[in-house]
Design a protein around this ligand. Structure first.
Ligand SMILES: Nc1nc2c(c(=O)[nH]1)N[C@H]1C(S)=C(S)[C@@H](COP(=O)(O)OP(=O)(O)OC[C@H]3O[C@@H](n4cnc5c(=O)[nH]c(N)nc54)[C@H](O)[C@@H]3O)O[C@H]1N2
Ligand SMILES: Nc1nc2c(c(=O)[nH]1)N[C@H]1C(S)=C(S)[C@@H](COP(=O)(O)OP(=O)(O)OC[C@H]3O[C@@H](n4cnc5c(=O)[nH]c(N)nc54)[C@H](O)[C@@H]3O)O[C@H]1N2
Ligand SMILES: [Mo]
Length: 777
């Protein structure tokens, strides 16, 4: 690292030996099945556990820990996907991180291993505590571990000096108990992975349509004429979504990909669910149309789409033709349409085209599809949410959908595609640093205490507070906080200033090595494992991306007899810290149905929770917006006027560095699950054995004076005098818009400044980082 301020050491990259070769086949198909087999062998999954693969996302099985895409309800569909198999195999591995392993390596030695190597060691088996004298993790008793946590927490002079992170795999039951514990302890410091993920959705949609969740269910995909997919790579991240898109394409629906990249899985797809397609080498063409904005160009593109709709509608009025906007919907259900339409009329086409990077012809073509579609679904992922203007972009998208009444009717609606399998449920359960008073009132009344009212920290605020010495205890319920977050060296400095870091995890990762003075690593059951309390197997509940809540039962023998469930860990941490006067924590953890009864008392929509969730497939938490009930300030679906931002860090960087400045996205390869690196290939993008790559347009590469395959160092351009730098990345010629670069997360997280966050979402701008490239060395 070449930094202008002192920094803790980072791991030095090991040179990579790999190659690049374009991928010419459809997504999924035999390639995916081969990967499945490779994973089972590599993870040494024991024989009996193969059967678990067939129980994933089935009514009586477990919820797949792979992603939040919803399940088909009929049990006949074999919901099989490469992503899910990798996630299950990673959890069912027979490899173990035992006490002997920790006796062998110091933390400093483990720090030299790559994230991929750390993942390969397998499942954690015993609770361990960091011993500074030997720089090793040593065995600790569970009781002693909880006592240590309680001692630290009780010693703090202010509960806001502790922060409690949640990653989106935690079940509803664990999350509910966790937030109750933390609020009874006295703080709303709930940074969570959602802060880095769909926060722009969760903050943006409530203002326009009242609820920050999807308005569609899976069946709507069977009715839609048009499905617009913004900033998503489903072949890698939500493979089961491709089945929906495939069926829609087959019946003639138009699928539009709005993405700077022409992602493989949105081109052709061979469905592993359809034997005939597999045997005949057949495949289905998925997207009919590719619209390719430059990075962060979506806001301007949506302005263009809206403007064109209004232009066509104005023309219809002038000629007495059929109106293009849904006049009845707008009159009955919305507020401030006139101001919205006036703003679009006044917007300049030149600005729209320049700012979006999409030609006028392409915008007109997109509008043509949109206005001829009776039922449109808009899906979106990280390509829309991880920018400065993401809240405005998502609000504008919902407004453009409102123009044609595409919310709250069959076959149409909004579909934010969530990542972690229960990230949406965790938020519903109250993992929320900005809780509303109604929720706190109910929680306080149900458990007879006064919850803290002051808003707490999100991820970036938590890191800043650690850096400032204000937060001294970090507790992580899953996840990999140290590298999922931005500005890696500063985040490590922050974590290392803590008095205590606690990580509750299934597998070893970097965050277990970047630690405070005291540190605990507490191993837990994965969702695929049998969770017995008092001899009775427990189910947990999760909420998917379309608000279906269902039960999940683990089927595998736990990786070690010394594991506790997340719920049990939370309960015993709470018990040790707060005692059992107000809440009998252990009683709740003995039977999760009791926790569900408590959830029912506090959270609207969970009436008769235990009874309804026992039905196969669970129940739908129908968001009000789906029924055209608008929980907004105006009581209507709200149109908003937002201008194209003319003064942004990227524009200032451009003014300073001209066309040398490039905008970079950080994205996922095919062989990773967030920070978990399963393998080193990105098959659909034609990258093998390499992770330190930068995708670049060949014209940009030549213009900047680099040879194909040359190695570069990357520096981000920010305005605080801190040098942010990563080294030795191989340039890969790629079909990416000029001026844009792509690279993998988390290797490039050191480039994202803590200060570079989305307006009103606080989300690190991981998909638009201004950077400069320099020859490596
Ligand atoms: N196998 C696997 N599955 C996963 C995950 C995983 O890591 N691996 N992660 C899970 C999680 S937590 C999440 S949130 C989801 C993430 O799933 P996705 O939302 O698909 O996330 P990414 O791969 O980061 O990037 C998505 C796409 O955004 C595009 N993009 C980048 N910038 C822009 C832009 O400015 N505009 C537009 N229109 N597009 C842009 C990229 O080209 C890329 O195709 O997947 C979940 N599922
Ligand atoms: N630059 C950049 N940064 C990003 C993103 C990006 O696109 N670009 N994406 C962001 C997004 S969308 C997200 S969601 C975050 C992800 O942030 P996190 O959720 O913090 O990260 P993960 O990599 O999903 O966490 C993996 C770890 O979780 C633990 N784990 C797995 N299963 C379980 C379980 O069942 N219980 C428990 N207790 N632990 C378990 C394992 O130890 C594993 O190592 O990263 C964000 N960071
Ligand atoms: Mo995510």
């Amino acid at each position: 690292m070449h930094c202008s301020k002192s920094r803790p050491p980072m791991t030095t990259p090991t040179p990579e030996k790999g190659h690049v070769a374009p991928y010419a086949h459809p997504a999924a198909g035999w390639g995916a099945l081969k990967q499945v087999a490779i994973n089972l062998v590599k993870e040494k999954v024991a024989g009996g556990k193969y059967k678990t693969l067939f129980k994933q996302n089935q009514p009586d099985g477990f919820d797949c820990p792979g992603c939040a895409w919803p399940d088909r309800q009929h049990a006949s569909t074999f919901e099989f996907c490469e992503n899910g198999v990798k996630a299950v195999a990673a959890e069912a591995t027979s490899k173990r991180v035992t006490n002997a392993f920790f006796a062998q390596y110091t933390v400093t030695e483990l720090m030299r291993q790559s994230d991929y190597e750390l993942e390969q060691h397998g499942r954690l088996t015993h609770p361990v505590r960091y011993d500074a004298a030997t720089d090793k993790y040593v065995p600790v008793d569970w009781d002693e571990a909880f006592r240590l946590i309680a001692d630290h927490l009780r010693r703090l002079d202010d509960p806001d000096r502790a922060t409690f992170y949640t990653s989106g795999r935690a079940s509803n039951e664990a999350a509910f108990l966790f937030q109750l514990f933390v609020r009874m302890y006295g703080t709303n410091n709930f940074p969570d992975c959602s802060n880095m993920c769909h926060e722009a959705t969760s903050r943006g949609l409530p203002v326009t349509v009242g609820v920050g969740k999807a308005t569609v269910v899976l069946d709507d995909f069977q009715l839609a004429d048009t499905i617009m997919v913004f900033g998503q790579n489903p072949a890698t991240n939500h493979p089961r979504m491709l089945n929906e898109l495939r069926d829609a394409a087959k019946r003639g629906a138009t699928i539009v990909s709005i993405n700077p990249l022409k992602e493989r899985g949105l081109q052709r797809f061979t469905s592993p669910q359809h034997v005939s397609e597999m045997l005949t080498g057949g495949s289905t063409k998925i997207a009919t149309m590719f619209v390719r904005p430059k990075l962060a160009g979506d806001f301007a593109l949506l302005k263009g789409l809206g403007k064109r709709v209004i232009e066509l509608d104005d023309a219809a009025i002038a000629t007495g033709g059929k109106r293009v906007v849904d006049v009845d919907f707008i009159r009955e259900h919305t507020a401030d349409f006139d101001a919205f339409a006036a703003d679009l009329r006044a917007e300049s086409w030149a600005d729209i085209v320049a700012e979006s990077g999409v030609t006028r012809a392409d915008i007109d073509a997109l509008a043509d599809v949109y206005v001829h579609s009776e039922r449109t679904i808009a899906c979106w992922g990280m390509g829309l949410t991880q920018h400065k203007e993401s809240v405005r972009t998502i609000q504008l998208l919902s407004n453009v959908m409102m123009l044609r009444g595409n919310i709250g009717r069959p076959g149409a609606g909004l579909m934010p595609v969530r990542g972690h399998s229960n990230v949406q449920g965790d938020r519903t359960m109250g993992i929320e640093e900005q809780p509303d008073d109604a929720f706190l009132d109910c929680l306080g009344a149900a458990f007879d205490f006064e919850p803290p009212r002051a808003h707490g920290q999100d991820v970036v605020a938590a890191i800043n507070a650690m850096l400032a010495g204000k937060v001294k205890v970090f507790v992580g319920l899953g996840g990999n906080f140290s590298i999922a977050t931005p500005d890696t060296p500063r985040t490590w400095e922050a974590l290392r200033q803590c008095d205590l870091t606690v990580n509750i995890a299934t597998k070893l990762n970097r965050s277990h090595l970047v630690i405070g003075k005291d540190s605990l690593l507490l191993p837990t059951l994965g969702r695929t494992e049998i969770d017995e309390q008092n001899g009775v197997p427990q189910g947990v509940t999760v909420e998917d991306s379309v608000c279906m809540v269902h039960l999940s039962y683990g089927m595998n023998k736990p990786a070690s007899p010394h594991l506790l469930s997340e719920t049990a860990i939370v309960a015993r941490m709470a018990d040790a810290t707060l005692g059992s006067d107000k809440v009998d924590w252990r009683w709740y953890a003995q039977d999760y149905a009791r926790i569900r009864d408590a959830i029912e008392k506090v959270i609207p929509g969970f009436e008769r929770f235990n009874e309804r969730v026992a039905h196969p497939g669970g129940f739908h938490l129908t968001p009000a917006s789906r029924n055209r009930v608008w929980k907004t300030a105006s009581g209507k679906a709200q149109f908003l006027v937002h201008a194209i931002d003319k003064d942004t860090p990227i524009k200032r960087a451009r003014a300073r560095y001209g066309d040398d400045m490039m905008v970079m996205m950080t994205t996922r390869s095919h062989d990773q699950y967030n920070t978990t690196i399963y393998g080193l290939d990105d098959r659909y993008r034609g990258v093998y054995g390499l992770r330190r790559v930068v995708f670049i347009h060949p014209a940009d590469r030549a213009r900047l004076g680099f040879a194909e395959g040359e190695h570069v160092d990357i520096t981000s351009v920010w305005e605080d005098g801190v040098t942010r730098h990563v080294q030795d990345f191989r340039l890969v010629d790629y079909d990416i818009p000029e001026g844009c670069l792509g690279a993998y997360y988390p290797e490039t997280n050191p480039l994202v400044p803590l200060e570079s966050i989305g307006d009103r979402s606080g989300t690190p701008t991981s998909k638009s980082i201004p950077v400069l490239l320099r020859r490596a060395g």
